[in-house]
Design a protein around this ligand. Structure first.
Ligand SMILES: Nc1ncnc2c1ncn2[C@@H]1O[C@H](COP(=O)(O)OP(=O)(O)OP(=O)(O)O)[C@@H](O)[C@H]1O
Ligand SMILES: [Mg+2]
Length: 647
């Protein structure tokens, strides 16, 4: 495997800092200066090891404080470093006929993507929960508990049956040779948790290949209902945990987020308080991600560092469980959680069950599964701090990368799943696709085409009509269910001075649809700016089911003021998981972590990860007008939070 590489010389702060010790130390006599080189491989900066990358260059000028730049670009040097890079990468290339499988267990479906060694898509599959497993009687993949405000769960066994089904689909399609599968990994909806009943490790390790999984896991869980990310029933537990550790900001500093209702720590505390028999009868708690990895290895898999940061339990700097928070959450928790592992680590070998039932290669590695947003970050090859990704799935999320963790009362920080040092930052909205569907069904004959026609019919800025649509309790801002509509009198887009808003009961259908779409993106832009995300972003890469809708992406470009791109599939989470499977396999082969960008070869565009341009800013004046509208929206939103928000 070759890579496009660019050299960079490190500028020593002290010009003699890297001077060769064996040479004359006197700066006024001829000497050789040791220069440290970094190699940039597709945007990743690697310090070259002394033996291979560091060169002793002769400086001809006695007092020269800096090596001659022309030496650095000399052909000979470039050749030797290029050779070093090519040789190293060749040793670490993916086997030519190898295949890599990535799953994504999301809110409404289970998806799979298979990549070949050139990182192109071989095949993909999807199982939709409501439609294809109707006997679980879920709506949008979940149960909304009518008796407890905000309690939302999914049947754990449905995920198991969906796994049986998708594996059979992949087998029946004849597009996947399981024998060629070299590594498999996956993505799970973040925060959701599974409670393994005492004794279930024996079930996991002694699966009968003649029977489907669903027939063997009926008695494996101490509760049949997994709390998921949509749940908002744990406000009391959140406040209690924050109090024990010294407040919300302290918890954010420790774990990357203040306490959130959907986070696994508060969910576990609630189960411990309300269903102590369930808690006591549980030998292991998995996240959705580590749950599926456990099925694949036939034993309990670790929780990975990135998804682990979505629990309010992990010390994000040290990447270990925080004993203080574990104690504040529930007794004996550490034992039930098992160990943490990096996202690129191998969880184990594929279990014999899958080898016998589906003819997996018995050498196939299972790489740690992680959360869906972290996997999307990998699938969108997001590695530049100025870029933003927006996922329009059941939830909407906005995420990017950063090198530091700044504690905040809003948004989330997770370890970057494909970089051992950096972080990913994220905002999450519960009212994403399901709210868009609700308004589509009411105003646009249940058709996305009609929806798009109406969206175009109402002009940008919507004549000052603005809406806040919360079909479910919102996460950001923390507002209850409710729709709020306002008209801004005389709004021309030039000033906010003297602007008065009036609350109204309804809009005409086109205005309702534009108010929804503009409202969602104005909120994202306002929150992203407040959180310190790049504004305007260099570009946005959009993903998730609704990223198939170009009318929606066009509004996104106008409101954020930048170009919008997509990748080859709207399911970047399973795509990223397949890439991480290959990455984990390479790291294992190398014996240590390597940057994931080393895998993109010379040209990202030749792989499934190449970005496709879809929308641009058509009117730059409009971007400035939206900036004013963002301000106004934040003002109204703050008032709504003061009046109605969760405390
Ligand atoms: N053309 C379209 N326009 C707008 N929305 C669409 C379109 N096609 C699909 N969608 C939306 O995509 C949603 C499903 O997206 P996706 O598969 O990314 O969700 P998910 O992965 O289950 O959710 P999450 O990642 O939040 O768990 C559907 O609810 C649907 O409303
Ligand atoms: Mg998804």
């Amino acid at each position: 495997m070759s890579a496009s590489c660019v050299l960079e010389e490190q500028q020593p702060s002290n010009p003699y800092q890297y001077q060769n010790q064996n040479q004359n130390q006197n700066p006024t006599t001829p000497h050789e200066t040791r220069i440290i080189f970094f190699l940039h491989i597709n945007n990743t900066r690697i310090l070259l090891p002394k033996s291979t990358g560091t060169k002793i260059l002769k400086s001809s000028d006695l007092g020269q404080k800096e090596a001659d730049k022309s030496l650095l670009t000399s052909r000979k040097l470039r050749f030797s470093l290029g050779l070093f890079c090519t040789l190293s990468m060749d040793n670490l290339s993916l086997p030519e006929d190898a295949l890599f499988l990535g799953f994504d267990s999301s809110t409404q479906s289970l998806k799979a993507t298979v990549l070949d060694s050139k990182l192109n898509i071989v095949t993909s599959e999807i199982v939709k929960f409501d439609l294809e497993l109707p006997h679980y009687k879920t709506k949008d993949g979940v149960y909304r508990d009518p008796s407890i405000n905000g309690r939302i769960v999914s049947p754990t066994l449905m995920w198991v049956e969906a796994f049986d089904l998708i594996l059979h689909r992949l087998q029946d399609s004849k597009k996947l040779d399981f024998k060629k599968l070299t590594a498999v990994s996956g993505s799970g909806q973040q925060h959701g948790s599974v409670y393994w009943k005492k004794g279930s490790s024996t079930i996991l390790s002694s699966l009968d290949p003649k029977k489907p999984l669903v027939a063997q896991f009926g008695q494996a869980f101490s509760t049949k209902e997994s709390p998921i990310w949509m749940d908002s029933s744990t406000t009391e537990q959140c406040r209690a945990i924050e109090k024990v550790v010294g407040g919300a900001l302290k918890l954010s500093e420790l774990t990357g987020s203040r306490a959130y209702e959907r986070y696994t720590g508060p969910q576990i505390r609630r189960i411990f308080e309300k269903q102590p028999e369930v808690y006591n009868n549980t030998e292991r708690i998995s996240l959705v991600s580590s749950f599926f990895a456990s099925l694949l290895i036939g034993g309990y898999a670790c929780i990975d560092h990135t998804d682990g940061a979505g629990m309010n339990l992990m010390d994000i700097k040290e990447r270990v469980w925080s004993k203080q928070i574990l104690e504040a959450t529930a007794p004996g928790l550490e034992e039930k959680l098992g160990k943490l592992a990096p996202a690129h680590a191998v969880a184990g070998l594929i279990a014999p069950y899958f080898v016998e039932r589906f003819q997996f290669n018995k050498e196939c590695l299972v790489v740690q599964w992680s959360g869906d947003n972290p996997n999307s970050l990998a699938g969108l090859s997001l590695n530049t701090p100025g870029d933003l990704a927006i996922s329009l799935g059941t939830s909407d999320t906005v995420f990017g990368i950063t090198m530091d963790h700044k504690p905040s009362l809003e948004g989330h920080v997770f370890p970057n799943p494909v970089d051992t040092k950096g972080y990913m930052v994220m905002l999450c909205y519960k009212n994403g696709s399901l709210t868009r569907e609700d308004i589509r069904d009411r105003c646009a004959d249940k058709s996305w085409d009609v929806f798009n026609r109406f969206l175009k019919q109402a002009p940008p800025l919507n004549g000052g009509k603005m809406g806040f649509y919360y079909k479910d309790h919102e996460i950001l801002p923390p507002l209850p269910i409710g729709y709020h509509r306002y008209t801004l009198e005389n709004f021309k887009g030039n000033t906010l001075d003297g602007l008065v808003e009036h609350e109204v009961k309804e809009f005409d259908f086109p205005s309702e649809i534009r108010a929804l779409i503009e409202g969602q993106f104005l909120a994202m832009r306002g929150h992203a700016e407040r959180f310190g995300m790049p504004s305007p972003p260099k570009r946005i890469i959009a993903t998730g089911g609704a990223s198939a809708n170009h009318s929606i992406l066009s509004s996104m470009a106008s409101i954020f003021g930048c170009n919008v791109y997509t990748v080859q599939t709207s399911d970047s989470a399973s795509l990223g998981a397949a890439l991480r499977a290959a990455h984990g396999w390479l790291c294992k082969k190398k014996g240590s972590f390597m940057p994931i960008s080393c895998m993109y070869k010379d040209d990202l565009g030749k792989t499934a990860f190449g970005c496709k341009f879809v929308a641009t800013v058509e009117d730059s004046q409009l971007v400035a007008k939206y900036a004013l509208l963002v301000k106004k929206r934040m003002e109204i939103e703050n008032r709504l939070v003061q009046k109605l928000g969760r405390k």
